[in-house]
Design a protein around this ligand. Structure first.
Ligand code: ADP
Ligand code: MG
Length: 685
């Protein structure tokens, strides 16, 4: 429940002075629905005005406040602006121009002969000085002339002045709040109160560091609470007997890498505890996560339970099934696939076997957690490439098991440490930071689109030598001037050059079965070139493909380019990635492509992407419009998240948790930043 002290701040905007239905709708366009949203709606800049008694040429281009006396009103025609000629105290003329105002309006607002305070930017128009769209104040107005005015993001129908009023009213609703930050942290940064910081931020006079810290503290508290809650549940200790893992390892054609051995130890160590595991396994593309997942799943099966592997797409689910079946060939385990496409009798039989415990490992898309799907005894869930696998999904899945299952999430997206803390801070982290031996680093080259003919000639030679290749385009269909970046156009073109039977095409607009069929043909070597959009980004594994061309590479995010590039270099041969770029590139685009050429280090690339493009790009949440933080930009996250983590831990472990004195204040913080949702959800679940 929200602390009562925050009720005025979280009132609907309709409760504010003069806010009617129309204004409610206007504000909603800015995602402002409550007073709190206004209090958190920060200006982007501030206008500094000069108060002067007279105008002169030297002031042109400056925002000013000046007393002027209107001398006459004139309008050139119905479409031209209303013009009020006014004169300053030294006799200098200035035209005041207004669009869309009536003469009557001007007569009341700017009566002839009455001096007013005029506020606006002084311009020159031909020979004359003018101020377009000035604000007008009476000389005896009690409000001081606005010399420093914050400029807010606006929407049609809400002027900056109106927004300022609304914000001021919202800020007045911020109550006096007990301090939630650790005193030593406050002292180190010489921070003032939350309220002071918020008010300063509205004047663009600092405050943002503290607000970002507050937001991160709320984030870390929520994550630690979720974590504590998960830990408090009784799971089940799953100890392997070695019955499956030992013969499996004995039959494996290679040695595990040191990193694989280490993370397997971390994972099976967790699984042997009665607390449910909640672990994130990070490992760059090709680092061998699937093998690690399989060993974890075999361990769960040895312990007498079932395991499920959740893949983000049908293609990947099928591929996982194929890989797992091959790897586990000869072992007495039954691995099956369930996707949304399975229907009828076969599906019924599969579900019956699952419920009876005759299936050991189930691979699939979200279908594997649908209501109709019942497990006999689910002990481990592996989640592949689901960055958005949040608390709600985990709850849903917990309902599938007799006791909360162990959860292992896997991602090939290198997640910078700061981001791992803010977005996966409730999980333990494992990292495979080493590739299997014998891999040659992918060679990356950048070339301009003008040289596409050379590239096609190279592709021809590659194909003639029985090589396979990917050709990636940013778009599915061509728009008028960007045909060359569209997959369909490019596929048709390459068919003309290399032969229709050699070229396959996959993109997101295709039906899943069609997509799968093409992928299967490519994987089996029946197609030499796969033209694709980013649908091939994650997981697709065709070791024979050693050439990748990425067209209009500057349009992709760095992390995305890295993921795409990871589709090649999966076998022992030397792989090449060609980044085709447009002629005109910005400085940033140029340096991004240069970085891709220089490094294969996914973490370095992710850090850079984070710096350049923010969180959405890496977590794939950009499209969903979900912003991670209001105040904590990537730089501030990096600066403060570790301290916030320690501070949150201190509060929960030493300062008496949420019931201690600081904890009471922290409850308010959690609600202020609306980080209470996850916690409440878990409590009720
Ligand atoms: P990821 O899922 O992390 O991208 P995969 O599990 O698909 O990586 O592994 C990439 C390739 O490396 C696969 O073909 C896999 O069989 C192989 N592989 C995995 N572990 C090893 C190892 N220890 N030594 C050699 N090859 C390995
Ligand atoms: Mg994989």
């Amino acid at each position: 429940m929200r602390p009562a002290i925050l009720n005025p701040l979280f009132a609907e905007v309709a409760a504010l002075k003069g806010v009617g239905l129309a204004q409610v709708r206007q504000l909603a366009r800015l995602k402002i629905t409550r007073a709190a949203d206004l209090a958190f709606h920060l200006p982007t800049m501030v206008i500094d005005r000069l108060a002067v008694e007279q105008v002169d040429e030297s002031l042109v281009g400056r925002p000013i406040v000046v007393p002027l006396t209107p001398a006459n009103h004139e309008r050139g025609g119905p479409r031209s602006p209303l013009r009020v000629a006014a004169v300053d105290r030294g006799g200098q003329w200035v035209d005041l121009t207004f669009f869309g105002q009536s003469a009557t309006w001007a007569q009341t607002k700017l009566p002839i002969g009455v001096e007013k305070r005029i506020i606006g930017k002084l311009d020159r128009y031909g020979q004359k000085l003018q101020i377009a769209h000035p604000d007008v104040l009476a000389m005896d107005s009690p409000a001081p002339p606005p010399l420093r005015e914050p400029v807010y993001p606006l929407t049609e129908g809400v002027t900056n002045r109106r927004m300022s009023q609304l914000v001021a009213e919202a800020l007045a609703r911020v109550p006096a709040l007990a301090e939630w930050i650790e005193p030593s942290v406050m002292a180190r940064h010489q921070w003032g109160s939350f309220t002071a910081a918020l008010n300063a931020a509205h004047r663009i006079e600092g405050g943002l560091d503290r607000l970002a810290y507050d937001e991160l503290l709320a984030n870390q508290l929520a994550l630690l609470l979720v974590r504590a809650d998960t830990r408090a549940r009784r799971g089940r200790a799953l100890a392997g007997s070695g019955r499956l893992v030992q013969p499996f390892m004995a039959g494996l054609p290679w040695q595990l890498t040191n990193a694989q051995t280490r993370v397997i130890g971390e994972i099976t160590g967790d699984m042997a505890q009665a607390q449910p595991m909640l672990r994130l396994l990070q490992g760059d593309v090709g680092s061998g996560k699937t093998l690690v997942a399989l060993i974890a799943m075999l361990t769960a099966v040895e312990a007498g339970t079932q395991a499920a592997l959740l893949a983000p797409t049908e293609i990947l689910a099928r591929q996982h099934l194929a890989t797992l079946t091959k790897l586990a060939g000869g072992l007495p385990v039954r691995i099956e696939l369930l996707t949304g496409r399975d229907k009828g009798k076969a599906r019924e039989a599969l579900l019956a076997d699952l419920a009876a415990g005759r299936i050991d490992i189930l691979v699939g898309t979200h279908a594997i957690f649908q209501e109709a799907v019942a497990y006999d005894d689910l002990g481990l869930v592996v989640v592949d490439e689901q960055h958005r696998f949040g608390v709600a999904q985990r709850l849903m899945l917990a309902n599938k098991a007799r006791v909360p299952p162990h959860v292992l999430a896997m991602t090939a997206t290198p997640i910078p440490r700061s981001l791992a803390l803010t977005h996966f801070g409730e999980m333990d982290q494992s990292q495979i930071d080493e590739l299997p031996p014998g891999r040659q680093p992918i060679e990356t080259r950048v070339t301009t689109r003008a040289r596409v003919e050379d590239v096609i000639a190279g592709l021809s030679r590659h194909v003639a030598a029985a090589g396979q290749a990917y050709w990636v385009c940013p778009l599915v269909d061509g728009t008028e001037d960007e045909d060359e970046a569209a997959a369909t156009t490019r596929a048709a073109f390459l068919k003309g050059r290399l032969g229709a039977d050699k070229i396959g095409l996959v993109h997101g607009k295709m039906k899943a079965p069609d997509k799968d069929a093409v992928m299967a043909d490519f994987a089996a070597g029946r197609l030499a070139v796969l033209v694709a959009t980013t649908v091939i980004e994650v997981g697709v594994d065709v070791p024979g493909a050693t050439l990748m061309v990425i067209e209009a590479a500057e349009r992709f995010g760095l992390a995305q380019l890295h993921q795409l590039r990871g589709r090649v270099g999966r076998g022992p041969g030397q792989s090449v990635c060609l980044l085709l770029r447009g002629e005109e590139l910005s400085e940033t685009a140029r340096s991004r492509l240069k970085l891709m050429r220089e490094t294969n280090d996914g973490f370095r690339i992710a850090e850079e992407d984070l710096r350049l493009r923010g969180y959405g790009e890496i977590l794939g949440t950009r499209q969903s419009g979900e912003e991670a933080f209001r105040f904590a930009d990537p730089e501030r996250v990096q600066k403060f998240v570790t301290v916030a983590r320690d501070d949150a831990r201190l509060l929960l472990d030493r300062d008496g948790g949420l019931d201690g004195a600081r904890g009471q204040a922290a409850r308010v913080l959690l609600y202020l930043f609306e980080r209470d949702a996850g916690v409440a959800l878990l409590r009720s679940g």
